[in-house]
Write a protein that binds this ligand. Sequence first.
Ligand code: PHE
Length: 464
Amino acid sequence: MAESRGQWSGRMGFILAATGSAIGLGNLWKFPYITHENHGGAFVLVYIAMVLLVGFPIMIAEVLVGRRTQLSPVSAFRKLGKDKPGGALWAGVGFLGVLAGFSILSYYSVVAGWTIHYTWLSLTGELNRLAADPAGLQTYFGGEFLANGSQQVMYHLLFMGLTTSAVYFGVKGGIEKVAKILMPMLLLILLILVVYSSTTSGFNEALRFLFKPDFSSLTTGSILEALGHAFFTLSLGMGAMLTYGSYIGKDISIPRAAFQISLFDTVIALMACLIMFSIINSSDIDVSKSSTILFTTIPTVFAQLPAASFFNAIFYLLIGFAALTSTISLLEVVSSYAIDDLGWTRKRATITMGSVIAVFGVLNALSLGGNDSLTNINLVGRESTAGVFGTMDYLASNWFLPVGGFLIALFVGWIMGARDTFEELEKGHGYFSGYKIWHFLIRFVAPLAVGAIIVSVILGREYQ
Ligand code: PHE
C-alpha cells in the first residue's frame, strides 16, 4: 500500500515539501500587509504566540493522523473514527479539507499567475518604465492587468499546468523534487534581498516597526486575525499537513519536524516583512492600499534604486516559487482523495482534479475586472468581498480552515485517545517530554482559540 501511494525519500524530503507548502503567498503577500495594517511590533508578537500555542500543536496533530493511518484526510478520519463516538461522520472533516483545497487553489493560482507576468515585465524592463509613474502603475495593475480577462486566464492556466505536472509525477518523483530545487533557491533569493534591503535607508525603521511592540495599538480584531493567519500560513485545517504526513516513515520525529516547519515559516514571513518595509520606508511613497503593495508599491520603489530590473525579477520569481510549492500541496490533498478513496491512479487523479479546478479558477480569473477590482483581491481578507474570487477566499479562510482545525483538534485531543497519540509521537522521537503540554494545548487552548474565530465570524464582527 505504502509503495503504491508513494513516500518521501527521507526526513529532508518531507521537511522541504511541507515547508514549501507552508511558505507561500501567505508569507510573502498577506503577512506583510496585515502586519502593516495592524501596526507592526505587538501584532508580530501575538502572531508568534499563536503559531506556538495553536498552530504548532495542530500541525503535530495533523501529521500524527496522517502517519498513523498512512492515508489521505477522508479515509484517515473514516478509519480512525470508525469505532469511536461520531463514527463515520468524522470522514466529514476530510471532505471539508478537500473542499477547502479545491476552493483555495482555484483563486490562489490566479494570484500566483501574476508573478509570472510580473517576472516577465521586470525582465523586459517594462515594469520599470511603468513604475516611473506610481499612479500609472496603480492604474495599469487595477485597470488594465486585472481587467484583461484573457491574460488572467492564461497565467492562471499556466500556473495550474505547472502545479499539475509536479503532482502528476508523484510524491518522490514530482513534489519532493520540485521542493528540493525551489526551496534552496527561494532561500538564496530571500537572503540576497535581505542583504540588499539592509543597505537601504529604511532598514532600521523597518526593524523598529517589526520588533518594537506597542501594545496600545492591539485590538481583539488583530488577535483573531493573527490566529486566522497562523492557520493559513502553516497550511493547517484542511489536511495538507495530514496528507504530507501520510508519506513519512516511522523513523521521523513528528514534534521535531513540526517545530522546524513552523519556525522556518515564521522566520521567512519576518524576512519578507523586513525586505518590504525597508524598501517602502526608503522612499516617501504613501502606501494607500496595503493589500496591493506587492504589485504596485514595491516596483515603484525598486525603480528608484540601483539594478531595479534584476531585483524586481528575482523578487517575483521568489514569490512564484513560494506559491508553486503551496499550490502543489493544495492539489495533492484533492488528488490523494481520488487516489485513496476512489481508487484512481495518480495520473488520472491529478489530470482530472487539476483540470476541474483550473476550469473553476477561470471564473475567479474573470471576476477581477471592474471598478472595484482592487478591493476584490484582499487575499484571505476578513470580509466577504464581491465576486467569485472574494467569496471563495472568504469561505476558505473564515470557515473551512478554522472549522477544519477546530474539528481536528477535537478529534486528536478528545476522541483519539491519549495512548494512541502518545505512542505515535514517540516513534522516531524517543520519550516525548513535551507530551503533556502538547496534549493540554490540543485539548483546551487550540479549540478555544479557534472557537473564538468561528464565533466572531458567526457574529459578523469585522476584523479591523
Ligand atoms: N500556506 C500557504 C501560504 O501561506 C497557503 C496554503 C494554505 C497552502 C492551505 C496549503 C494549504 O501561502
